[in-house]
Ligand binder design. Structure first.
Ligand code: 9JX
Length: 303
């Protein structure tokens, strides 16, 4: 039978031939975005999005990075947005991390000798942390927006955790409830954007996905004392989705000499989608944090 060419479609029915993508180690197609500055980039910034969302939600943030002459790039994780894979499912959390490293390696090949930064939000924060832990000396810095460092006992009560561990053997695809979108941002418009976004997965979290999140926080917990790379962690003190104690714990436990914790009073989970004053402060913080960690341009003329 003749092989059909170019028949590979995104979950939305667009041919992968026409959209930027990478093929991961399992042969799955992942949708990619690149935000390039007009001039030579000063550094690369990889963005890891959170559970259920997609990298298009980082357009504004990436635009700000581009204005600093930084090249931002991202992909939709397996099972998310315009990438392949069962929606919000992954057989092993390390697959997310492995795919990020592949994408980063590909971009570094095109733009060698530039500092590489990681930026992650929520579950994407967990991915960024584990990615940096895999290559502890490779990254110039890691920026975390409300990262999932510990599990939130409100979202994953001891009962729910116990139930998930049992159900995972018999009903791994059972949904255990979706997140409340009004907890993402205090800005109604942003909540509406999230609710109406067809690339966001609004399904509940599967039992098997919950198990992978539990694995992720357990790996992070073990890795915290070994962390020595520079990081900036930002968290809203009214976040009801990811526990702010995780950000405090990371700040305390990591041995990094270059570490910063910024708390945003009253802010909800997605700081980069919260009230304009929070977005402004967070964008400013991220921009200047990166620029301070990029080597200044070498003096061209010698005396
Ligand atoms: C899940 C396990 C942790 C059983 C849940 C934009 C957690 C984003 C995101 C936000 C995850 C929500 C919460 C199902 C069944 C360990 C919007 C389980 C679990 C269990 C938390 C916080 C990441 C889920 N949302 N969760 N999120 N969190 O600790 O990435 S991004 Cl036990």
């Amino acid at each position: 039978m003749p092989e059909e060419k170019g028949a590979r479609l995104t979950p939305q029915g667009i041919s992968y031939d026409t959209v930027p993508h990478i093929v991961n180690a399992d042969g799955q197609y992942l949708f990619c975005r690149t935000w390039e500055p007009a001039t030579e980039p000063k550094a690369l910034v990889f963005i890891a999005h959170g559970a259920g969302e997609h990298c298009g939600r980082y357009n504004d943030l990436a635009q700000m990075l581009v204005e600093h002459s930084l090249l931002a790039f991202a992909h939709d994780h397996v099972g998310h947005g315009q990438s392949e894979g069962v929606r919000m499912a992954v057989s092993d959390f390390h697959i997310f991390v492995r795919d990020c490293l592949q994408h980063i390696d590909q971009m570094v090949k095109i733009h060698p000798n530039l500092p590489v930064f990681l930026l992650g939000h929520s579950m994407g924060g967990a991915i960024a942390i584990l990615t940096a832990c895999e290559r502890p000396t490779e990254f110039a810095g890691v920026m975390l927006i409300a990262p999932m460092v510990v599990m939130n006992p409100e979202a994953a009560s001891p009962f729910k955790v116990c139930l998930a561990k049992i159900l995972n053997r018999v009903l791994p695809n059972l949904s255990m409830g979706s997140i409340q979108s009004t907890w993402i941002s205090r800005d109604e418009k942003e909540v509406e954007n999230y609710d109406k976004d067809p690339l966001v997965c609004h399904d509940g979290m599967k039992v098997s996905f919950g198990i992978q999140l539990l694995n992720a926080v357990s790996w992070i917990e073990q890795a915290l004392p070994d962390i020595a790379w520079p990081f900036l962690v930002m968290h809203g003190d009214a976040d009801k989705l990811c526990d702010i104690r995780g950000s405090h714990l990371m700040y305390e436990k990591a041995q990094s000499r270059d570490k910063t914790l910024k708390i945003y009073e009253g802010a909800y989970h997605a700081l980069h989608k919260d009230l304009p004053e929070i977005i402004n402060a967070v964008f400013k913080e991220i921009g200047s944090w990166i620029m301070q960690r990029i080597p200044k341009e070498q003096e061209k003329s010698s005396p």
